[in-house]
Design a protein around this ligand. Sequence first.
Ligand SMILES: *Cc1c(COP(=O)(O)O)cnc(C)c1O
Length: 408
Amino acid sequence: MTQFRPRGAVAPLRRPASTPRRPSVDAVITSLRPEEPLHCLRPAAVSAAARAFVAAFPGDVLYAVKCNAEPTMLRAIAAGGVTHFDCASEAEVRLVRSMFPDAAIHFMHPVKSRAAIRAAWSQAGVRDFVLDTDSELTKILEETEGGAGDLGLVVRLALPKGNAAYDLSGKFGAAPEDAIALLRAARPHAARLGLSFHVGSQCCDPAAWTRALALAAQVIAVAGVAVEIVDVGGGFPVAYPGSEPPALDTLMDAIREGAALLPEGVRLWAEPGRALVAGGASVVVQVQCRRGDALYVNDGVYGALSDAGAPGFRFPHRLVRLDGEAAAVERAFTLFGPTCDSADVMRGPWMLPADVREGDWIEIGQLGAYGTALRTAFNGFDRAHVTEVSDSPMLATPGYEAAAARAA
Ligand SMILES: *Cc1c(COP(=O)(O)O)cnc(C)c1O
């Protein structure tokens, strides 16, 4: 068992040199009776999801590191056949390079510090950079000394507001006419020129990719310059209670349909985050107090459960009680996190046995994406146990098992 470090410290956790047989979640709870949040990592599930995505996607797969930068997860992703990483900060670049000397690292944040560009280019061997303004193009060219004939430049295209769970249209991306100008401006400096977009996270509408690719094709045609790469971004959805996404193959068909509009020979990239790691971690919390329908637990929105707060995501969950049977009848509960902030509430509703009581545990699944990665040390609640388990994800996302089986 290791303790997580506070947020921000992404240095590798120490592991035993040889990986012993992984126990089940229940076995860990039984032996540890954890009074702090217990993070249960499922590296085999992450490798399987990565293998499935790599098999299904008609191009290069870049893992979006921000989604979960746990070294265990990164290793599992690499074991699943992913050799490209989408990094968005100097620290992510450094971490990935320290673990994978041969990986292709792509710096996909449209606004970078000069120091980060310089370090990525000269120390980490990063060759591909994204941009959505003229000034960023200037910065990249200055800090890479013109790119030395090996610079990849990717223009991020803004999309009209879509219907993803997380809309990302407001912050980054160049409007089509600006993207056209940027493609033309970047072309003479680029050994590889690309166009990218992001449809928004947890996007359950396959047509969003088809529409975005049609727009990309239009932008490329009007720009009138050769483009080698089109990056369809991330946003690939996973299953949550009450939200069954389209199957992986359906999404890929929509991408193929849109990609048919692109000039011949364009290489596709994708930047999945959530889709590769969501099923790869659960967190076991303990009930510290019950007041009616309210359960006060030891993790919350400042810990791994931020998406269960204001964003209102629902997560698969189950009660674990070691001494005695829980009631068969369920009812709806609200969870409160451990901090003193009244915003530290996860409304669910969380369906649990009606007799939940202090000391019970609740295992909450699908937290491998934007769960463990978003923890903070707020109010002193940054301690957690982390362990690797053999359990499957608590919810399967349609199409992944079949794609992984085809790949095996
Ligand atoms: C966050 C992000 C991703 C990953 O998104 P998911 O919804 O987790 O797949 C990919 N690309 C960019 C540019 C991002 O900002």
